[in-house]
Design a protein around this ligand. Sequence first.
Ligand SMILES: C[S@@+](CC[C@H](N)C(=O)[O-])C[C@H]1O[C@@H](n2cnc3c(N)ncnc32)[C@H](O)[C@@H]1O
Length: 271
Amino acid sequence: MTHDDPDQPSPPHIGPIADATANTTAHPSPSVANSAAPGTTVADAPKHLRRIRSFVTRAGRLSIAQKRALDALGPQFKLDYRAAALDWPATFGRTAPRILEIGFGMGATTSEIAERRPGDDFLGIEVHEPGVGALLKLIGDKQLGNIRVIQHDAVEVVEHMLPEASLDGVHVYFPDPWHKARHHKRRLIQPPFVRLLASRLRPGAYLHLATDWQNYAEQMLEVLSAEPTLANTSTAPDGYAPRPAYRPVTKFEQRGLRLGHGVWDLVFTKV
Ligand SMILES: C[S@@+](CC[C@H](N)C(=O)[O-])C[C@H]1O[C@@H](n2cnc3c(N)ncnc32)[C@H](O)[C@@H]1O
């Protein structure tokens, strides 16, 4: 699957998962609730953030394995969207660094990173149901206890469920590039959303973006550099960062790199 369809956002890189062995048992989770901590509220963000969405709703067909994973593991690992602050310790059953991933696609990268970083808790957000089913299947297959997923618009989740200065990291990998200039307004990485995301980071926390579309990489660099509460970690003259070791190279990316296409990582921290 490539990212060069001019009219539609690109589907996730990773192909459909095999329809086998979905019914595995994952680590027991002490709590399945995404309950709001009593009395907590989340600061309001500008209303215009909600008007233009960064995705189109696709009627994706669920594979048998994805459906099975949703049924078997959804109650344990899938959280409902609620306009109330997420209680991370109650949800994960521990207190650990909190990493948000926006638009995880089929979840292959998410599950690999969570496997490599067992001491961190990961909240993945994706609107596409087959992707949610695919990540739940990976959670079961790999016995991962440190991922929870929400199927909802990430803008609303960040706005309403994640309080200010509550995150240790944010990952946004290969967000839909919306190639045509008239669709650029749909791109996720825009100044208002980056301001909102930055407000959710603790001081010293990081924002890690990656894209294979040069024009979007340039926009990301411009938007992040203009956000006064973020600082670029890169010392390279072009401002892009080397790929951090925790981010695996996807199959799609490998193919692109073999064909000479570029991939740009950006890593900024909250000042
Ligand atoms: C091009 S895919 C990349 C998927 C994955 N990160 C990867 O690298 O393979 C972008 C994904 O972001 C999701 N997405 C776009 N806007 C979103 C939003 N506002 N909230 C949640 N997911 C979103 C899309 O459904 C899509 O699966």
